[in-house]
Design a protein around this ligand. Structure first.
Ligand code: GLV
Length: 313
């Protein structure tokens, strides 16, 4: 068996990811590429693709590909006709929850502690008191109870929040006091002060949060989307925010990224825009997953975090 070629593809950090690969004794050829043009020269010989946001045109030319290790949690970019069913896709799991929990709790505190208002008053030199609200006793509804959703739930509970969850099965989990099936999601939404979306983007979840779901939310509730932009319908969201039918939205993901400069979300004072940073992939954390799977792959053992094409995650 000849040593496999591993193509590492990342627009900014390909070399960092490549440097952290622990090569097996019999070796492998590792090629780090930052652009489609660089990758074009090796894609046809690559057996393993370790990458992020690889253009479909490149995937279409990956004739010898057997395994893709995605550097992120969401794998929809690899579930395309250009990747034949025989190619195993694995995702990164178990590392984003702690990052995203800090994002969710941090921005929730920004809301309840009225941080923006106090900073503004400081800039104006004004001493004006106003009681903060509390997370303690507030209800957070977490849509999607995978490892990310459950990590957020644990952090929310440490603030004595009530956690309700929504999942396909509605199966109970330790981290939530109630779990609703997706079909009963509006009942969960109606209870929440904060609604957090952590679902993968699949045919089933595209547009799952639309006008009806937004109107099921309390007028004071905040929506936090850290999943994929297309899980929430943007036009009804903009409408609900402009008409103050929900408290506001913290948005890290969008239908189109970067969010186009003319997009109405930019100017809504009750929308916070962050540029897809809530669960960053870092070479160190992803390397541990890749190296474990690489050892497994080379010794013919089952890989971890294999994506089911039927479920889409
Ligand atoms: C980032 O969005 C990821 O899927 O990890």
């Amino acid at each position: 068996m000849t040593a496999p070629t591993i193509l590492v593809y990342h627009p900014e950090e390909a070399r960092d990811y490549a440097r952290l690969i622990r090569l097996p004794r019999r070796g492998a050829k590792v090629v780090a590429c930052a652009t489609p043009a660089e990758a074009d020269a090796v894609i046809a010989e690559a057996e393993i693709l370790y990458g992020w946001a690889v253009p479909a045109a490149l995937l279409a030319r990956a004739a010898r590909l057997r395994w893709i290790q995605c550097m992120g949690a969401g794998v929809e970019r690899f579930l395309v006709p250009e990747v034949p069913a025989g190619v195993t896709i694995t995702r990164a799991a178990g590392i984003f929850g702690p990052w995203m929990a800090e994002y969710v709790l941090g921005w929730s505190l920004w809301v309840t502690q009225r941080m923006e208002a106090f900073r503004q008053r400081q800039r104006e030199g004004r001493w004006v008191g106003e009681h903060p609200a509390r997370l303690h006793g507030a209800t957070i509804c977490i849509i999607g109870l995978g490892d990310i959703g459950r990590a957020i739930a644990r952090s929310a509970r440490s603030f004595a929040m009530t956690v309700v969850g929504v999942s396909r099965s509605g199966r109970r989990v330790r981290e939530a006091s109630a779990v609703y099936r997706t079909s009963a999601m509006r009942r969960a939404l109606a209870r929440a002060d904060f609604v957090v979306v952590t679902l993968p983007l699949t045919d089933e979840t595209r547009g799952l949060i639309g006008a009806a779901e937004l109107s099921a939310m309390k007028p004071s509730a905040w929506l936090i989307n850290i999943a994929r932009g297309s899980v929430v319908e943007e036009a009804p969201l903009v409408k609900a925010l402009s008409e103050h039918r929900i408290g506001g939205a913290i948005l890290d993901v969008f239908e189109r990224e970067p969010l186009p400069p003319e997009h109405p979300l930019w100017s809504l004072h009750n929308a916070v825009i962050t540029p897809h940073i809530s669960g960053p992939s870092t070479p160190d954390e992803i390397a541990a997953i890749f190296n474990d799977n690489l050892r497994r792959y080379l010794s013919g053992r089952p890989l971890r975090h294999v994506v089911s094409r039927r479920r889409g995650y």
